[in-house]
Design a protein around this ligand. Structure first.
Ligand SMILES: Nc1ncnc2c1ncn2[C@@H]1O[C@H](COP(=O)(O)OP(=O)(O)OP(=O)(O)O)[C@@H](O)[C@H]1O
Ligand SMILES: [Mg+2]
Length: 481
């Protein structure tokens, strides 16, 4: 079942890896023989696991319902719920938990049956200590790998799902969570963000993940439409209603019926149109310019702005009542300079969009990465897109170097670094050997662990999975006292 990399048993005994890399695994032990239950409990706690004993299947089920375990070790022969039933229930309800079965000598056939039902392995009673410890380690390792894989897949699918929105930074992840939560509703959404941060992308994702996705998404830029035309564009007009109205025209609201209307740069909407929009939002009906009939419309409104509407309200340029209608939910997209984690993933995303999904992406040399990382991107993702397009045009032999970037960007960053306005994000790693870096990290980790147990070195050593003597050896003198 598990082959290959675990051949060398010594590896596991000399390197108590499990406490270093993740929280203490939780193990549920189920056996109706008290001696075995206690023995297992003692051994596993001694090995540094967080073990919980259950003296029968019912108790185990109760515990499983309220707590999370990484592994269950269960006897097969128990009453009234036997180990096989417990295993079947676990496989359905807690598929991420590993299961090891305990079986008496001579009932190996049942144990094999158990493996077919999803148990990781079985141990025959009486068992050898080494055998138990190793099987437990393998089961935990195996299930950890599976869960990690699932998480990764879920994360990838999640990214796919949200219509190509790169979101590595906590700020953008929050935006994506909001999209997921709000998209299925018909609530009006107000999106804030500087120019080029992805407001339209977010609006489209809201539409795409809504039940309206098969109907139209209409976008209108309120700043680009002349005020005189805006009313007729939005609500339509009837033939002859004004000079030049040679035919009856359907407005955007009607065209977007059943779908979504994206009102970009809503701050530029004239006050007169704002009042009409407010009326439509309240009545869900429109009236064409020059017409007298009302037509019902079912349109979800998403508005976007790069300036705070509150300021415009104070200046009398925006209706407060409309603001409240529009901002039922508001999504703030952070500027790119406040989410540096997104820069390089965006660069890769842009390059594969430009070059096609199967193309080998060019490499970006270290110096160029550092410039992209340290520039403050006033034009946000759109400016980054233009920069990468520029770089791809000038890149040679599959490498993006500093001289492929627009000179303005390189100069701004280099001058900033020279004058000390910008402190390089790589400064903290610069000039350090790997050994020094690891040493510093180890010191920081030891210090934090000691602090977390209020300075109790014995407890800290226990948590860290090392002896007290080793802890003292590793501690710098200022932390030894
Ligand atoms: N997180 C992101 N992931 C992937 N692409 C992004 C992301 N954010 C923005 N973009 C891309 O950047 C470009 C600009 O985005 P968009 O047009 O949505 O921004 P905007 O805020 O509406 O800009 P403006 O204020 O100029 O209208 C688009 O090509 C968009 O696909
Ligand atoms: Mg836009």
């Amino acid at each position: 079942m598990w082959t290959g990399i675990l051949e060398n048993d010594n590896f596991w005994s000399v390197f108590n890896y499990k406490k270093w890399i993740r929280p203490m695994p939780r193990i549920l032990i189920v056996d109706d023989e008290p001696t075995i239950l206690n023995l297992l409990n003692k051994i596993l706690i001694g090995q540094g696991y967080d073990a919980t004993p259950a003296s029968n299947g019912e108790k185990a089920l109760q515990l499983l319902q309220t707590e999370k375990f990484d592994l269950m070790i269960s006897d097969i022969n128990m009453t009234p719920i036997n180990g096989m039933e417990l295993l079947r229930k676990a496989a359905v309800s807690w598929p991420d938990m590993g299961v090891i079965m305990l079986t008496a000598y001579g009932t190996v056939a049942t144990a094999v049956e158990a493996m077919k039902e999803g148990a990781f392995d079985y141990i025959t009673k009486p068992f050898k200590l080494d055998e138990l410890v190793l099987t437990v380690q393998r089961a935990l390792e195996y299930h950890h790998a599976i869960t990690e894989n699932k998480d990764l897949k879920a994360r990838l699918e999640h990214k796919e799902q949200l219509g190509g929105i790169v979101a590595e930074s906590p700020g953008m992840r929050k935006v994506c969570e909001m999209i997921e939560r709000v998209a299925p509703t018909s609530t009006t959404v107000l999106i804030y963000g500087e120019s080029g941060t992805g407001k339209e992308l977010v609006a489209r994702a809201l539409h795409h993940y809504s039940p309206r996705k098969d109907a139209t998404f209409m976008a209108v830029n309120c700043a680009a439409l002349p005020a005189a035309l805006m009313e007729s564009e939005m609500f339509g007009h009837v033939k002859g209603s004004f000079t030049g109205a040679n035919a009856t025209k359907t407005g955007l609201f009607e065209a977007a019926h059943g779908g979504t209307l994206f009102l970009d740069e809503i701050s530029s909407m004239p006050l007169e149109i704002q009042s009409k929009l407010l009326r439509v939002l309240q009545d869900k009906k429109i009236r064409k310019v020059g017409g007298s009939d009302h037509t019902e419309v079912d349109v979800r409104i998403i508005a976007a702005s790069n300036e705070k509407l509150e300021t415009l309200i104070e200046q009398g340029k925006f209706r407060e009542d409309l603001y409240y209608r529009l901002s039922v939910i508001s999504i703030d997209i952070p500027p790119l300079r406040n989410r540096p984690e997104d820069i390089l993933p965006l660069v890769n995303h842009i390059m594969s969009r430009e070059l096609g999904p199967d193309a080998d992406l060019p490499l970006i040399d270290h110096e160029t990465q550092s410039i992209l990382d340290n520039y403050n991107w006033p034009g946000n993702v759109r400016e980054l897109e233009n920069t990468i397009q520029h770089a791809l045009t000038f890149a040679q032999q599959g490498v993006i170097t500093k001289d492929t970037l627009p000179a303005k960007i390189v100069n701004t960053v280099e001058e900033g670094l020279r004058s000390g306005i910008i402190t390089s994000r790589h400064e903290q790693f610069k000039g350090k050997s790997l050994k020094t870096f690891l040493h510093d990290k180890e010191k920081e980790f030891l210090q934090r662990t000691i602090e977390s147990v209020n300075g109790d070195k014995e407890k800290a050593a226990n948590e860290l999975g090392i002896s007290l003597a080793t802890l003292y050896r590793k501690l710098p003198s200022d932390l030894k006292k």
